[in-house]
Design a protein around this ligand. Structure first.
Ligand code: FES
Ligand code: FE2
Length: 386
């Protein structure tokens, strides 16, 4: 049980499927880090699966990144496969229909005459909002974005510097991997940080916040080190947005050796499941760009240091837990598992399914009507020919 979701023991340890939480058929409306900006080259469209939905990403000749449903609305060719970017449009390899970044068909070259414009109108495909931030092309999972890509509240309007950790996969739903950062018990058991924490909590729209603070206990080696270098209190927070993105804030108000204030660490985790059982996590480390060349070098070095720490922390969880976890909510404890329970309720209540959600599929009835119309038109033409 290391690289597949486990659905065993349903008779004795049943898992209740929830409306949204840990439900692979629901794709939250939100922004997904889809591709590195520098790797999306003009004239080189790429195709990507985001939350089980196949899209094409391309950069137009004016430099804008665009995202459409991958399959051509004509006969379904994947637009990225040998598709060509011409000006602001992408051209399908198969019959050379062209589409702009809004999904409008702009040309059907093999058809001429009066009816062409109505055909062009009908051939519209689905387009998705795109933004470029933190070195990534982000795609919104619905036709209209309800807000911009996440910005760290404390750094709003400031110039920032960032770096990435290599994306990694987890055999767990994004809601489960996100939950890990608010699981107080595992901080003591897995990360050996012995703390007695007070919890602060609020929600606002699609945002969910948990703040932890309290004294560090010195009954573990890590606890002793923490006390020696960073003092005897601990404070961190987690802010989730849209059920698919998390901000971990560490080092809040602490001094190194009780003298020098340490910069706060900001770690964004974008969670995108590729398909059921495969969640891709993209960690982005952010810090303000400090003034002058010394400030720049400080920010640069600080990002690298954080990168090393984060690599270490991520692997403490990743290797053992997710490949061996069949999550169930029925065993949660009141009190200490309170933040986890709140997170589950919040997701089920507030997070909206996007147009990509399989849960929205309705039973198809009588959907062959347009096809019948096309068939009859074809018969009319052939009967006139003979
Ligand atoms: S399948 Fe794309 S133009 Fe025909
Ligand atoms: Fe952890």
């Amino acid at each position: 049980m290391t690289d597949m979701l486990c659905d065993l023991n349903q008779t004795t340890q049943p898992i209740r499927e929830l409306k949204t939480f840990n439900n692979w058929d629901v794709v939250p409306k939100g922004w997904y880090a889809a591709y590195k900006s520098k790797d999306l080259k003009t004239k080189k469209p790429i195709t990507k699966k985001i939350c089980g939905h196949q899209v094409v990403l391309f950069r137009t000749e004016s430099g804008e990144a665009k995202c459409l449903d991958a399959f051509c609305p004509h006969m379904g060719m994947n637009l990225a496969k040998e598709g060509k970017v011409i000006g602001e449009d992408i051209r399908c390899f198969f019959h050379h229909w062209k589409f702009n970044g809004d999904g409008d068909c702009t040309d059907i070259p093999c058809v001429h005459g009066k009816s062409t414009s109505s055909m062009v109108k009908r051939a519209k495909t689905m387009a998705y909002p795109v933004e470029e931030k933190y070195g990534y092309v982000w795609v919104f999972s619905d036709p209209v974005a309800t807000h911009p890509v996440f910005e760290i509240p404390e750094l709003e309007g400031q110039e920032v510097m960032f770096t990435h950790l290599e994306p990694f996969n987890r055999v767990a739903h994004p809601h489960i991997t996100m939950m890990n950062s608010i699981d107080e018990q595992h901080m003591r058991t897995v990360h050996k940080l012995s703390v007695k924490l007070n919890v602060e909590h609020w929600t606002k729209g699609k945002r969910f916040f948990i703040g932890f603070n309290g004294p560090v206990l010195t009954d573990t080696f890590i606890g002793k080190c923490h006390k020696f270098f960073f003092g005897d209190s601990y404070r961190s927070s987690v802010l989730f947005e849209d059920g698919n993105l998390g901000l971990l804030t560490t080092g809040i108000d602490i001094k190194f050796l009780n003298r020098w204030k340490i910069p706060t660490g900001y770690f964004i985790f974008s969670h995108t499941f590729i398909e059921k059982g495969k969640n891709q996590v993209i960690p982005i480390i952010v810090t303000p760009r400090r003034k002058g060349i010394t400030g720049f070098l400080f920010s640069w070095a600080y990002l690298r240091l954080n990168k090393i720490c984060m690599k270490y922390l991520a692997h403490q969880d990743g290797k053992i837990i997710y490949g061996n976890l069949r999550f169930r909510q029925d065993g949660l404890l009141p009190g200490i598992d309170g933040p986890t329970a709140k997170w589950i309720s919040f997701v089920n209540k507030e997070i909206e399914p996007s147009i990509w959600s399989k849960s929205l599929l309705r039973k198809k009835t009588d959907k062959d009507e347009p096809l019948q119309k096309i068939e009859s038109n074809f018969n009319e033409v052939t009967s006139q020919d003979h």
